[in-house]
Ligand binder design. Structure first.
Ligand code: SF4
Length: 273
């Protein structure tokens, strides 16, 4: 799992750079640690239309088995899946990579690694995804993009499509609201865009936090020049959850922001409406 230093192990997956020791055997994401305790422990395991993930332009009409690890490397105040990301769910099931791949292909057209942050399931996905693809299944990742370059490239090699959250256009939002940073996410988006994987993006619109028109204009410009004018972007409606009690985004405001993005991008869609 990383560079062995006597009885400690450094995690290489995300910029948090956790070190696992006998006294602190588990990382900040509560999934990775000494002996990889989160490996194979699945949440969800329900079949969804791929449009729900959301993907608009990638295998429309396909069904995918959705699952994800019971923990996350970000701590977004508004997390919609906080009971899983903050490990409050007891509904987890252990499946070997073979069993998960068989289950996915017996019920659907492939698998979506989703809900929390799938890249922290690095080894499990490297084991499972090729088995799904061997059965002609598709493998998609719904990611926060907070991952280091090497593990990201390894995961790209075994997956087909990524939807990455672009949560805001400010480092202070990422730092204060999520415990991450924008630059890492931008780098991940850039890497996926230049790979063979299909890319879509999601912007969860929260009133007063990531709706500044000048920042949206800058973000749209960056997407246009970095990943292309055709990159599908979902502007999703926020609802209060976990530690955030700002009222839900008015529907009219979602449409207004969609129009703002559409000034520079071709495929922008409202979501969660
Ligand atoms: S993936 Fe988890 S254990 Fe590894 S550095 Fe990130 S938060 Fe820490």
């Amino acid at each position: 799992m990383g560079r062995i230093r006597r009885s400690s192990v450094d995690c290489f997956v995300c910029p948090h750079k956790c070190t696992f020791t006998e006294d602190n055997p588990i990382g900040r994401c509560m999934v990775r640690g000494l002996d990889n305790p989160g490996y194979g422990w699945c949440t969800g395991l329900v079949v969804d239309p791929i449009e729900k993930k959301p993907f608009k332009h990638f295998h429309p009409g396909a069904k995918v088995l959705s699952t994800g690890p019971n923990g996350c490397n970000l701590t977004c105040n508004n997390c919609q899946n906080w009971h899983i990301s903050q490990r409050k769910s007891s509904s987890v099931e252990y499946l070997t990579a073979e069993k998960l791949a068989d289950l996915a292909m017996s019920k659907s057209d492939g698998i979506a690694f989703t809900y929390t942050e799938p890249t922290i399931w690095y080894e499990y996905i490297l084991d499972t995804a090729p088995l799904v693809r061997d059965k002609n299944g598709i493998v998609v990742m719904i990611s926060n993009g907070y991952v280091n370059e090497k593990p990201l490239r390894d995961l790209i090699a075994v997956t087909d499509g990524w939807n990455i959250d672009l949560k805001a256009w400010s480092n202070s939002f990422y730092k204060k609201i999520c415990g991450g940073d924008l630059d890492t996410v931008k780098n991940s988006i850039k890497i996926v865009a230049s790979s063979n994987c299909f890319l879509e993006l999601t912007w969860l619109l929260i009133p007063g936090l990531n709706d500044d028109p000048s920042q949206i204009k800058e973000a749209a410009q960056w997407i246009k020049t970095t990943t292309g004018v055709d990159t599908p972007l979902h502007v999703s409606r926020y609802f209060p959850s976990y530690k955030m009690n700002i009222p839900a985004t008015p529907v009219s405001f979602v449409y207004k922001t969609v129009e703002l993005f559409r000034k520079q991008l071709k495929n922008v869609y409202p979501g969660n409406i």
